[in-house]
Design a binder for this molecule. Structure first.
Ligand SMILES: Cc1cc2nc3c(=O)[nH]c(=O)nc-3n(C[C@H](O)[C@H](O)[C@H](O)COP(=O)(O)OP(=O)(O)OC[C@H]3O[C@@H](n4cnc5c(N)ncnc54)[C@H](O)[C@@H]3O)c2cc1C
Length: 420
């Protein structure tokens, strides 16, 4: 069982996980997948549907990492501006990754429909909200860059923003009709159920502690058994534990916390995000908010609960909600939790071929629902499909210098920003 304190509201409202066991004994398979989040489970589902034998090994429980803790915004694209992605990756890979990730929400909502995954899916778009004049300029540039690529995005006026969000604090918004929201832990559990029904074997409480070459196969060792396979996928993103040291060393863990109110009254629900879009702003510490199916308001920002900083972040969340929605009155939170985001140096994800037939996509920079699902499908295609170019070129890991210092700066800096 996941801890409610680590997965908060999502643990409370998700349907049960499919039954799984810890690995014991030796198992032979075609593909061994490390990590039971969106990347690993989407790979497993698509591989199993293509007829491959697949084993997933998850250290804790399905959705234990970012997949079971996140805000549930199914975004198209990445944090980084579209043109900057092309500058960084070159026009060919840049346009390819934008195209693929622009279509990622459709893949997520199609999988949800095809497999009947009960995860509070709402595809009503997202609203990126302008904080100040700089925010308006940023969103206008984003809107122009996506529009040039044919994406269904548009700027909302101050009046349109106020009526869509239920506050006059923002002067403009970028609406993206490709996107939506889900209950993320429920989606992860639904993907696991679909993968298992397609034939994948999923083992939980089975941390992989060794990867070695034995008789021409890979052997992944866990406490009470091992898996031999031709291929290995590492889908461990921000929860990489050092099994492949480079995967952990190439991102800085960025803490992000979420808190959820009790269900709002009917009148308030009709005022705040009445169409249930996911929303976040361009502010320095980012405020994101949305509602769930029961009408709770969920607020998130940079920082982690635990220790003295927890009280600072909680007070900040209360003040922020009071400023945005005075109609709420004094705010109490029913659930609080946090997780960590894999932030790479250039805010772009990474594709690695860590060794022959050992593949990994990671470094989603807080955008992993669409990308994890899409890259998982692409990894499956890389293994069972005809050879084709991937959206990202394989690169050697790009280690972040002074990683621990940078991580401490995020924790300390977020608390400092949230004190006032
Ligand atoms: C608070 C928060 C809010 C976010 N909000 C959003 C959002 O609104 N929209 C969005 O798109 N993204 C969001 N993200 C990012 C998103 O959650 C992640 O990018 C995504 O879940 C990554 O999926 P994954 O499968 O690659 O990795 P994870 O879900 O992190 O899964 C990795 C798994 O690997 C397992 N593991 C690690 N090492 C081993 C090992 N040695 N053996 C076996 N298993 C191992 C871990 O236990 C873990 O379960 C958010 C993240 C956080 C933390």
């Amino acid at each position: 069982m996941l801890e409610p304190r680590s997965h908060g509201l999502w643990q409370h409202s998700a349907p049960e996980a499919p039954r799984t066991e810890a690995l014991s004994g030796e198992v032979a398979t075609d593909v061994a997948i490390i990590g039971g989040g969106f990347t690993g489970l989407s790979s497993a589902l698509h591989l199993a549907e293509a007829g491959a034998r697949v084993v997933v090994l998850e250290a804790a429980e399905i959705g234990f990492g970012g997949s079971g803790r996140n805000m549930g915004l199914v975004n198209a694209g990445m944090w980084i501006m579209p043109d900057r992605a092309c500058d960084a990756l070159g026009p060919e890979h840049g346009e390819r990754v934008l195209d693929v990730l622009g279509r990622a929400p459709s893949l997520v909502f199609d999988l949800i429909a095809r497999h009947g995954i009960a995860c509070e899916a709402v595809r009503n778009g997202t609203l990126h909200l302008a904080a100040g004049r700089a925010g308006i300029r940023e969103l206008e540039a984003r809107c122009e860059q996506w529009s040039r690529r044919g994406a269904p995005v548009r700027m909302l006026t101050a009046a349109e923003t106020a009526s869509a969000v239920g506050t006059t604090r923002y002067r403009a918004a970028l609406r993206d009709d490709r996107a939506g929201t889900i209950q993320p832990l429920a989606y992860a559990r639904g993907l696991a159920r679909a993968a298992a029904q397609a034939g994948a074997r999923i083992f939980t409480r089975s941390a992989v502690t060794t990867v070695e070459r034995v008789d021409g196969k890979w052997r992944l060792g866990a406490a009470a058994g091992g898996v031999r396979s031709d291929w290995v996928i590492a889908g461990t993103n921000a929860y990489s534990d050092g099994l492949f040291p480079a995967l952990r060393e190439e991102f800085v863990p960025l803490p992000y916390f979420l808190c959820a109110t009790r269900p709002l009254g009917d009148n308030t629900r009709r005022m705040i995000l009445p169409d249930r879009e996911g929303a976040w702003d361009t502010g320095i510490s980012v405020a994101s908010f949305r509602t769930d199916a029961a009408g709770r308001l969920i607020f998130g920002s940079v920082g982690a609960f635990g220790g003295a900083a927890g009280a600072v972040h909680r007070a900040h969340a209360r003040r922020a909600l009071a400023r945005l929605f005075p109609v709420l009155g004094p705010v109490e939170f029913e659930f609080e939790w946090h997780g960590q985001i894999a932030k790479t140096r250039d805010n772009l994800p990474r594709y690695h071929e860590l060794a022959p037939q050992v593949l990994s996509f990671n470094g989603y920079n807080g955008r992993g629902i669409g990308p994890g699902t899409m890259f998982g499908k692409i990894l499956a295609g890389r293994i069972v499909g005809p050879p084709k170019d991937l959206p990202l070129p394989p690169t050697p890991p790009d280690l972040v210098p002074f990683r621990a210092l940078r991580a401490a700066a995020f924790e300390f800096g977020s608390a400092l920003v949230h004190v006032v």
